[in-house]
Design a protein around this ligand. Structure first.
Ligand SMILES: *[C@@H]1O[C@H](CO)[C@@H](O)[C@H](O)[C@H]1NC(C)=O
Ligand SMILES: *[C@@H]1O[C@H](CO)[C@@H](O)[C@H](O)[C@H]1NC(C)=O
Ligand SMILES: *[C@@H]1O[C@H](CO)[C@@H](O)[C@H](O)[C@H]1NC(C)=O
Ligand SMILES: *[C@@H]1O[C@H](CO)[C@@H](O)[C@H](O)[C@H]1NC(C)=O
Ligand SMILES: *[C@@H]1O[C@H](CO)[C@@H](O)[C@H](O)[C@H]1NC(C)=O
Ligand SMILES: *[C@@H]1O[C@H](CO)[C@@H](O)[C@H](O)[C@H]1NC(C)=O
Length: 438
């Protein structure tokens, strides 16, 4: 373990700042002093040991910043989707585009599309999940596409896959529709609005073989599980001796994530593939939760919630815990997986949903038109908007793990200077870990 980590460090092409080089010497000594166990533990703690995270990136507040935000213009993004194009569909108040996420203990690095494209050169990035994951995929495509000339980017569809290609970088950013991760009767990317949802709880291969070899995988799955009971199927949809059982929500979710994690454990190349799991995306369906009348929802909201720690009843902490535990187990099995805990920060953004300003798939009834609250979409997010910040957080993780992370090294250099007087072994170890990650 120790030996391997050292080789990784020696192998980097980073231009070491002299202070960093000095730090490096300490790290080498520290490794020999503390031995192997320590490193295993820190390996698994990833974010806690990188410089941005003596800082919890997910704990912070929204700051109005119309100088830096939005990061792109809705109408300038060639790949925008009508479900998320709130301005195009008549939203007048555009302040939802101007909020920056400010962690309490550090600043996020500014998103740099060229930098990200360099990091994913020759690679395949796949978002796997439901329409919220697709929201985030569209956001990522919009974030990077402005850095690419028109002839060098394209999009095409291949079954459940939507593929954005950055030709010059030989890189793709893809979205794979699998709202429950495992197989189900809702797997058709277009017609999946079925009254009776049936999940083939033990089967994932039909989907997974399309993304297993990706370099970066970003999963989500939450809202589609939110019903008191789920019909689970053992056997195949066609088989005559199939068994269908109704199983309660938490148990079904747990079983699905087990199927998913067992697949990853057996099939993912641990040196190649980095995995991310997005925690649940909150909804704003019940105005009473933030002090409005019972009948209201996100419709007509124009400001975020500023009450720190605000948590809506749609975000099920028990399900988050199940996901977090599954991920923790995968980490102990040596997979490079990270949960991006975006629930709390998104909870604050009651005003950032499309509400009625999006393409409607089904024509509205007179009754609905008379009462906009009744058909407001308080689940998805307008773009530019909240999913951009999810991707900015993802960007931090992708940067930190790449080989020539100049920003990381600069950051360490500054930290080392700041801490020069009080350097102790523990600190060196923690900062040194970043170099191990480079
Ligand atoms: C996610 O972040 C929130 C707020 O910072 C915290 O309360 C919650 O425990 C975190 N969840 C996990 C699984 O880390
Ligand atoms: C930013 O917001 C401030 C205050 O609302 C306003 O005065 C200013 O004109 C805005 N700037 C831009 C570029 O929109
Ligand atoms: C973005 O990244 C590219 C490639 O690393 C770099 O050349 C450029 O200066 C960066 N832009 C900004 C504004 O930092
Ligand atoms: C492009 O990337 C793929 C992997 O995604 C690789 O197999 C292929 O060789 C690359 N092509 C070029 C021209 O670099
Ligand atoms: C895993 O990925 C690494 C890096 O891409 C590659 O060198 C190695 O051959 C892969 N291992 C397997 C078993 O495919
Ligand atoms: C929404 O806001 C508009 C303009 O402020 C107001 O006229 C309308 O009554 C509001 N609708 C609801 C349902 O609150």
């Amino acid at each position: 373990m120790v030996k391997k980590t050292l080789i990784i460090v020696w192998g980097t092409k980073c231009q070491f700042h002299s202070l960093v080089a000095l730090l490096f010497t300490f790290v080498v000594i520290a490794i020999y002093l503390t031995g192997e166990t320590k490193w295993r533990v820190e390996d698994q703690a990833a974010i806690k040991t990188n410089p941005f995270s003596q800082c919890n990136l997910f704990s912070g507040k929204w700051v109005y910043d119309n100088n830096s935000y939005p990061l792109y213009k809705e109408h300038e993004c060639t790949f925008m989707w009508d479900e998320f194009a709130c301005q195009k569909f008549g939203r007048k108040d555009l302040n939802y585009q101007n909020w920056r996420w400010q962690p309490h203990d550090c600043d996020l690095p500014r998103f740099n599309a060229t930098e990200l494209l360099e990091r994913i050169r020759g690679k395949r990035v796949v978002y796997v999940g439901d329409s919220l994951n697709r929201d985030q995929w569209v956001s990522m495509v919009c974030l990077v596409e402005s850095a690419i000339p028109p002839t060098l980017k394209s999009k095409h569809i291949n079954g459940n896959l939507l593929i954005f290609t950055a030709t010059e970088y030989n890189a793709t950013i893809e979205f794979y529709w699998a709202p429950l991760l495992v197989e189900s009767n809702s797997d058709n990317p277009v017609s999946h609005r079925l009254p009776d949802r049936i999940v083939r709880i033990k089967s994932i291969e039909k989907h997974a073989r399309h993304w297993t070899n990706a370099d970066i995988l970003v999963f989500n799955s939450y809202l589609w599980w939110r019903r008191p009971k789920m019909k689970l199927l053992w056997g195949s949809f066609e088989s005559p001796d199939q068994i269908i059982k109704e199983v309660e929500m938490l148990r079904s979710y747990e079983m699905a994530l087990k199927t998913w994690s067992e697949w990853l454990d057996c099939h993912i190349n641990r040196t190649k593939t980095r995995l991310f799991f997005m925690s649940m995306s909150p909804t704003h369906l019940w105005g009473a939760e933030w002090g409005r009348p019972q009948t209201e929802n996100c419709y007509n909201e124009t400001m975020p919630i500023f009450q720190e720690g605000y948590w809506g009843s749609g975000s099920d902490m028990r399900m988050m815990r199940i996901a977090a535990e599954t991920i923790q187990q995968l980490r102990t099995r040596g997979l490079k997986i990270q949960m991006l805990n975006i629930t709390q920060l998104s909870e604050y953004r009651k005003e950032a949903h499309p509400a009625i300003h999006r393409r409607q798939w089904v024509p509205l009834t007179e009754e609905q038109k008379a009462n906009p609250t009744s058909y407001a979409d308080c689940v998805h997010w307008c773009l530019p908007g909240v999913p951009d910040v999810w991707n900015e957080l993802l960007y931090v993780y992708i940067l930190l793990k790449s080989k020539t992370c100049k920003e990381c090294l600069d950051y360490i250099a500054v930290q080392v200077q700041k801490e020069a007087e009080t350097v102790n072994k523990e600190l060196i170890l923690y900062q040194g870990q970043v170099m191990m990650l480079l």
